[in-house]
Write a protein that binds this ligand. Structure first.
Ligand code: ATP
Ligand code: MG
Length: 383
């Protein structure tokens, strides 16, 4: 009996006339992740089917579990929709403990209704397995019989939960400010989950921050890309800007001014690369610069893009839980210093005003040039 992987998707069902577009992007994204295993992927009504899975099924399932837009996958046995053939297959099923059968009959030309058919198949399985019991409420096994409209029936024993969300790129592209911390990779993951393709910008203050700090960001981007697909990471040399801020501005303002530079540069790089929104890992009240007033001051340098801060209301524990689940926590937790910690003032301003920021910035010469230089010297790493 041929083994395949059956892919189910959720929310894009709601897309009406645009459904085909969402399905096409999803199937392309899924294929992209697993094509190296020599598989084929086929669209049938309401499902995708991966064939040619051979001995790689477990690793393929692991990859598919990270494709946004899928709600579940199952390893399934496929057969012609023919009463005797289905019965014959079900006679070979070996189970222990308790079970129930669930039938979905998308193909209404199949003459037996779902509930009735589940009972017929249930009896066959019961007769062929000693000590097996039926349990409709809390069964150990669910035998899923999916009678599709393509004349085929798929029998599976486990629905493996996927992440849901929207297929990456159906919402466009965003530029993520990615640091080596815990928050920003999680923020990128969450926005990719809503269909954004991700580019990243990292501000690197060599030699204040080490090569290892940069490598950490590259490694984090790699983990995020397991979910979001290909990432362009821009590493922006930030040392000169940080030094100029440090030597010219009042120390309590340095973090706020630095953020404003980061935002400005991120927006510009984003624009040059087709991004239509900015993403940060900011979180209300987490640190002095992330007060409403602090965020107002950094936000005000943005000209055209919305800034998404998916973590704004999360507690740190909640962020850490996601970071652990997606596999970024261990990397984020490495000790290498990030640029923000190099020039930390003793007493950063908690409620800065935009006018004061502008006054502080007027003490730095040739800001436009500084920014242009940083952008033109940025290194682009394809991940
Ligand atoms: P994270 O918030 O990712 O844990 P962090 O705590 O070092 O890192 P914060 O000081 O909280 O960073 O900064 C808030 C946000 O600003 C980050 O989530 C990130 O989006 C952005 N950011 C901070 N430092 C950098 C940097 N060096 N390069 C790019 N973005 C940065
Ligand atoms: Mg943070």
């Amino acid at each position: 009996m041929e083994k395949v992987i059956l892919l189910r998707y959720g929310e894009i069902y709601l897309k009406g006339k645009n459904r085909k577009y969402f399905e096409d992007v999803l199937i392309k994204n899924a294929f992209e992740r697993i094509k190296e295993y020599g598989v084929k992927i086929e669209k049938i009504a309401g499902r995708f089917v991966v064939t040619n899975v051979d001995e790689n099924q477990d690793i393929i399932v692991e990859k598919l579990k990270k494709v946004f837009g899928l709600i579940s996958v199952s390893i399934a046995y496929v057969m012609e929709t023919n009463l005797e053939k289905i019965k014959d297959f079900c006679k070979t099923i070996s189970l222990d403990g308790s079970f129930k059968v669930e039938t979905a009959r998308a193909d209404k030309s199949f003459p037996i209704k779902s509930i009735e058919f589940s009972a017929i198949i249930g009896e066959i399985i019961l007769n062929n397995n000693q000590n097996l019991k039926v349990d409709l409420h809390n069964p150990k096994h669910i035998v899923d019989i999916d009678i599709r409209e393509n004349g085929k029936t798929y029998v599976s024993f486990e629905k493996i939960k996927c992440l849901g969300g929207m297929p990456v790129s159906t919402s466009g592209k965003g530029i993520l400010m990615l640091s080596g911390g815990i928050d920003s990779p999680v923020a990128g993951y969450l926005m990719a989950k809503r269909g954004l393709e991700i580019n990243c910008v990292y501000f690197h203050s060599h030699p204040y921050t080490s090569e290892q700090a940069k490598q950490k960001v590259v490694d984090l981007a790699k983990v995020v890309s397991e979910y979001s697909g290909k990432i362009k990471l821009f590493v922006v040399p930030f040392t000169e800007i940080q030094e100029r801020i440090h030597f010219n501005c009042d120390s309590e303002f340095t973090i706020t001014i630095m953020r404003r530079f980061m935002y400005k540069i991120a927006e510009m790089i984003g624009k040059q690369n087709g991004c239509s929104c900015l993403i940060t890992g900011e979180n209300l009240a987490q640190v002095a610069s992330q007060t409403v007033q602090g965020i107002t001051c950094s936000n005000s340098v943005i000209e055209q893009m919305p800034v998404f801060r998916p973590l704004i209301s999360f507690d740190k524990n909640e962020i850490i839980e996601i970071a652990r689940n997606i596999g970024t926590f261990e990397i984020s937790n490495l000790p290498y210093q990030d640029c923000c910690t190099v020039f930390v003032p003793k007493k950063p301003i908690i409620k800065p005003k935009i006018a004061d920021c502008i006054k502080q910035e007027s003490k730095i010469d040739d800001i436009e040039e500084l920014i242009e230089k940083a952008i033109s010297n940025a290194e682009c790493i394809e991940i």
